[in-house]
Design a protein around this ligand. Structure first.
Ligand SMILES: [Zn+2]
Length: 94
C-alpha cells in the first residue's frame, strides 16, 4: 500500500492507537497499520478504522477492555531547567 502522504511504499505494522475521550486516555493495541518509513505517516485500512470508530461510538465499553494500565502524567510547569536555549524544532524526536 502506498503512503497517503508521500506516495512511498509502506510497511504493515501493528501499532498502538491512543485517544483522549471524555473518560480519559484510551489505548487500542495491536492495530494493523501501514507505516511509511519515508515520512513516518501511520494509517490503517477502512475496516480497521471502522472498528476503532465502533469502539468510540460505543464509548469504549468495559466488556471489550482487555486490561488497564497506569500512565505517568507530567506537567511542564513542574519542570525546571537551567537551559534557556531553544530546542530546534527539526531536531525533536530524532
Ligand atoms: Zn510517506
Amino acid at each position: 500500500m502506498a503512503c497517503i502522504e508521500c506516495g512511498k511504499k509502506t510497511v504493515p505494522t501493528a501499532i498502538h492507537v491512543t485517544m483522549w475521550t471524555d473518560k480519559g486516555l484510551v489505548v487500542v493495541e495491536n492495530v494493523p497499520a501501514f507505516v511509511c518509513h519515508e515520512c513516518e505517516e501511520q494509517f490503517y485500512d477502512d475496516q480497521t478504522g471502522s472498528k476503532i470508530l465502533e469502539l468510540a461510538n460505543r464509548g469504549f465499553p468495559k466488556d471489550k477492555m482487555v486490561r488497564e494500565i497506569t500512565v505517568p502524567v507530567y506537567s511542564i510547569d513542574e519542570v525546571e531547567t537551567n537551559t534557556t536555549d531553544e530546542v530546534p524544532k527539526e531536531r525533536q524526536g530524532t
